[in-house]
Design a protein around this ligand. Structure first.
Ligand SMILES: Cc1ncc(COP(=O)(O)O)c(C=O)c1O
Length: 461
């Protein structure tokens, strides 16, 4: 068997080399080619350039390889190609989605009246959550948002969304696409471990309300850069006090709330009005697979659009497609159901614990390493760090780390990521699938060697 530690995570080819290899694939011709020929072509030209998420040194992103049980459902979903719109399009598909959502609400400890819908991605789940929040705000002001839109608000320009400085950029997409614009998104400072600074939130909400109408607060349980978990319980109390919709973006981190030892980090999610989650991240469910939960199932009534050919008035059959915009919807529930049944909850939890424990252990063993500056105290599976090097001044540090990152990525044997916390560049490792501290530390040692090399030869950027 090949030792994956010595193999590449992808070919390492440049964009122009990849283009050259792939061009013949899109040379569409009058006549077809045999399945064998097609297979050979794909193996030679495409597969080397795909990222191997099951490689132990793939530590850069939230992508996971498909879990074995998930593959069982994914194969069936492909074979039958079910559209999960309403009962008449797929009786089994729609019923399984509704049952799966109910079971998940209970697994995540959401309230009895909660509900959910499968979405294409966390981005769309966040967008729908903000739409629901605006709708709710409009109801408080006595008009129907579905009919009147933003024009119904007396002062639409005053509407704002509050969220963490570290929130995912999908919220910017959402606020743009809802017609509000990025100026209507106010970011809040974060504390030392990059969670929303509660004191600042409490103070600034009062100030902000003097000039703006807050329609939604978004807390993140597992931020993209550092995996930090906002204090949802305290934020939910504030939202209740001021009567504002609370959305929790749990696209990355919510899965970890299932682990009993980590549950207290997520207290308060049950009080959120809506919560998003991406099973296509560390659950290893085939992409795309996301869910938007709401605390009161009636909240989805705001999404309902009926027609004469599907979703007919007066019919009470399972219609999950009424809860989100697409009418043709994939059979997303099936692979999630088969994955959880195949593993059993106890293995699901082991799979979730492993990367978090590995990151925690790596953090502890690096605490006294003078070459490494640790930049976050991990709450989930992400560790950000900088490399200390006597030859590199603080002014050069951002360029230095970018160059170290490029050096690591180009070789294709280890995959890490590069980001900025405020304006400070950091390197980042993400443990998404089961792993151990030894594997993570090997990558960090490799990064240190590359850093030494870059420092020796001098910066080139
Ligand atoms: C916290 C958070 N929210 C939202 C998203 C967007 O999710 P998706 O990539 O499924 O659109 C991400 C993606 O990484 C994320 O980390």
């Amino acid at each position: 068997m090949q030792d994956k530690n010595n193999t590449r995570i992808y070919s390492g080819a440049t964009p122009s080399e990849v283009m050259e290899d792939l061009q013949p694939l899109v040379n569409f011709q009058e006549e077809g080619i045999s399945a064998d020929k097609l297979d050979k072509m794909l193996k030679e030209r495409l597969l080397p350039h795909l990222m191997k998420y099951d490689h132990p040194n793939f530590l850069s992103m939230f992508n996971d390889f498909p879990e074995e049980g998930a593959k069982i459902g994914a194969k069936l979903a492909l074979e039958y190609n079910q559209g999960v719109t309403d009962w008449y399009v797929s009786p089994g598909g729609t019923m399984l989605e509704e049952l799966c959502i109910k079971a998940l609400c209970s697994l995540f400890g959401l309230e009895a009246g909660s509900d959910g819908t499968f979405m294409y991605s966390g981005t769309y789940a966040n967008q729908e959550a903000l739409y629901l929040a605006l709708h709710w705000k409009a109801e408080q002001e006595g008009f129907d948002f579905a009919k009147e839109g933003l024009k119904g608000f007396e002062h639409p320009e005053r509407l704002v969304l509050l969220t963490s400085f570290d929130a995912h950029f999908s919220l910017k997409h959402a606020i743009r696409m809802l017609g509000l614009g990025e100026n209507n998104l106010i970011t809040l400072n974060v504390d030392a471990n990059r969670r929303i600074d509660l004191l600042q939130l409490q103070k600034s909400v009062l100030q902000i309300q003097e000039t703006h109408d807050v329609f939604c607060v978004v807390a993140t349980t597992g931020t993209t850069s550092t995996g930090s978990i906002d204090n949802v319980l305290e934020i939910s109390k504030l939202c209740q006090r001021i009567g504002v919709w609370l959305h929790v973006d749990g696209a990355y981190g919510l899965a970890y709330s299932l682990v009993p030892e980590y549950r207290d980090r997520f207290y308060g999610i049950e009080f959120a009005d809506s919560v998003s989650w991406d099973p296509h991240k560390q659950f290893g469910i085939p992409i795309p697979n996301s869910i938007l939960f709401v605390r009161r199932k009636e909240d989805f009534n705001r999404m309902v659009l009926r027609s004469d050919y599907i979703y007919r008035e007066g019919e009470s059959v399972p219609s999950p497609g009424l809860k989100s915009p697409p009418s043709t919807r994939p059979f997303s529930a099936l692979s999630l159901v088969t994955s959880i049944r195949y593993q059993g909850i106890s293995k699901v939890l082991d799979r979730l614990r492993s990367p978090v424990e590995a990151i925690e252990a790596a953090f502890n063993s690096l605490k006294n390493d003078s070459e490494i500056e640790l930049c976050n105290r991990p709450e989930t599976g992400i560790l950000c760090f900088r490399i200390n090097n006597k030859k590199i001044s603080e002014d050069q540090m951002n360029d230095f780390l970018k160059e170290v990152y490029e050096e690591v990525i180009t070789e294709g044997k280890h995959s890490i990521s590069f980001t900025k916390l405020d304006s400070k560049a950091v390197l980042r490792i993400v443990a998404i699938s089961p792993t151990d501290a030894e594997t993570l530390l090997k990558t960090i040692s490799y990064v240190k060697k590359k850093a030494e090399l870059v420092a020796e030869r001098g910066l080139q950027l």
